[in-house]
Design a protein around this ligand. Structure first.
Ligand SMILES: Cc1cc2nc3c(=O)[nH]c(=O)nc-3n(C[C@H](O)[C@H](O)[C@H](O)COP(=O)(O)O)c2cc1C
Length: 356
């Protein structure tokens, strides 16, 4: 049995294999509403055989968008536009998942393909929010969150979770990585608060955990809840893998089922030793030390590499981003390479290579 194609039961959901399409912002909406692009982009990856197709970071509130074109989940209309996409993903045997996000101090920028520069209120942007008034690199100064912002933003996440459920999603992922709002609470480099939300590790974890607990309350107990974290900031005096283990233990207590183990994004000064599978060791560390299921992500491109990650117990599943853009049918091709006889969509069956 090829491990990559072993079914993966989590709570009441059984995923057909261990392959996840990693969330990837498309910056291609007007008013946060999904369109044909999203149907084709996400739908073709379900046709391509992935076990999970995760919809890109979807903003829980307009101020939490990275760019004005981000997908949103702050209105019923946005959820409604996602439902036919969800139905299509399901009809092709994949599990529909969505990542809900607030970009924090990294909000209000132009899309990367338009330069990615920060936008000010004068150029179509807005003032971003953060734990402390410390900018990300040369971005504009964010506003430090005040007392009433905490319950408001927590409620935005909760409403987003409810809407995701109404659209038919079966896995929900909270974005707690890449320097966005919840990650920026965790890291001492971006969180210099002196109240109960800053200082000690316990205090820095407080708001991300409050959000997670509130979301878990409305996300059905038989559906998986995932959290994506940056396992390290790759910075001196920043967030470290050991703290990620402590966080994962706390998240497990909150009813989180899977930790999606990414890294970086908090500081533009980070020096990241990029290379094949450069983050899998953090997935392995969290899986073993926190005894929770994990997803490995980051420069996983080859089926043998993916199989190796699973067989050696570094993760329970793998998530692929750029390689899935290069090849939406990666899972079908991976099966072929690993000698696993995988059913192809019947419309494409005449193109299926013979497995020896
Ligand atoms: C176009 C693009 C958009 C991305 N958008 C998101 C996102 O919405 N949420 C997220 O957590 N990561 C996002 N990422 C990061 C990927 O999910 C993934 O973690 C990263 O690219 C490393 O995996 P890879 O080497 O397989 O590409 C994005 C990456 C790309 C290339």
């Amino acid at each position: 049995m090829v491990r990559l194609f072993e079914p993966w039961p989590i709570k009441g959901v059984t995923i057909r294999n261990r392959i996840c399409v990693s969330p990837m912002c498309q910056y291609s909406t007007a008013d946060g509403i999904a369109r044909d692009w999203h149907m084709v982009h996400l739908g073709s990856r379900a046709v391509g055989g992935a076990g999970i197709v995760m919809v890109e970071a979807s903003a829980v509130h307009p101020e939490g968008r990275i760019t004005p074109g981000d997908l949103g989940i702050w209105t019923g209309e946005q959820a409604k536009a996602l439902s036919p996409i969800v139905a299509f993903i399901k009809s092709h045997g994949a599990v529909p998942a969505i990542q809900i996000a607030h970009a924090g101090r990294k909000a209000s920028t132009a899309p990367p393909f338009n330069g990615g520069h920060p936008l000010t209120p004068e150029t179509g942007g807005w003032v971003p929010l953060a734990p402390s008034s410390i900018p990300f690199g040369n971005y504009p100064l964010p506003r430090a969150m005040q007392e009433n912002d905490f319950s408001r933003i927590r409620d935005h996440f909760v409403s987003a979770a409810r809407r995701a459920l109404s659209a038919g999603f079966e896995i929900l992922e909270i974005h707690m990585a890449h320097g966005y709002l919840l990650h920026s609470f965790l890291s001492p480099l971006s969180n210099r608060r002196t109240d109960s939300y800053g200082g000690s590790l316990e205090n820095r974890m407080r708001f991300p955990l409050e959000v997670t607990r509130a979301v878990r309350e409305v996300w059905p107990s038989d559906l998986p809840l995932w959290v994506r974290i940056s396992t390290t900031d790759w910075m001196e005096n920043g967030w470290y893998p050991e703290q990620s283990v402590s966080l994962a233990i706390e998240l497990k207590q909150c009813g989180v089922d899977v930790i999606d183990c990414s890294s970086g994004g908090l500081s533009p000064d980070a020096r990241i030793p990029l290379g094949p599978g450069y983050q899998t060791r953090f997935s392995s560390q969290i899986r073993q030390s926190a005894e929770i299921q994990t997803i490995a992500v980051g420069m996983i491109t080859d089926p043998v590499q993916a199989e190796h990650i699973l067989v050696t117990g570094q993760a329970d599943g793998v998530s692929l981003a750029r390689e899935m853009l290069r090849d939406p049918y990666w899972p079908l091709h991976a099966a072929q390479k690993l000698g696993h006889d995988l059913e192809w969509p019947e419309q494409y069956s005449r193109a299926k290579p013979t497995v020896r």
